[in-house]
Design a binder for this molecule. Structure first.
Ligand SMILES: [Zn+2]
Length: 84
């Protein structure tokens, strides 16, 4: 799978989650969640820090992937409207 195809695949759940109806969103999220988590874990495994805290891919103690994943997974502040 090319990088462009992977990005297109990753975009589909976002579009469906934002624009799809209830049952379609639930079906898609059930199907895609395991695949998305597996893909992220595969990437994180490649950037596993060694005992000195050094990433073998980034060749640094500042792993770029880990930093971006942390930012992406930061808790979001839901507005009152989103909680209803
Ligand atoms: Zn890294």
């Amino acid at each position: 799978m090319t990088n462009q195809l992977a990005r297109r695949h990753l975009a589909a759940p976002i579009v469906i989650a934002q624009e799809g109806g209830g049952p379609a969103v639930v079906r898609m999220m059930r199907a895609e969640t395991c695949r998305l988590v597996s893909a992220i874990c595969t990437c994180l495994n490649l950037h596993e820090l060694d005992s000195a805290g050094r990433c073998p891919v980034c060749d640094s103690t500042s792993c770029a992937l880990l930093a971006q994943v942390r930012r992406a997974l930061l808790p979001v502040q839901l507005s009152t409207r989103d909680r209803q």
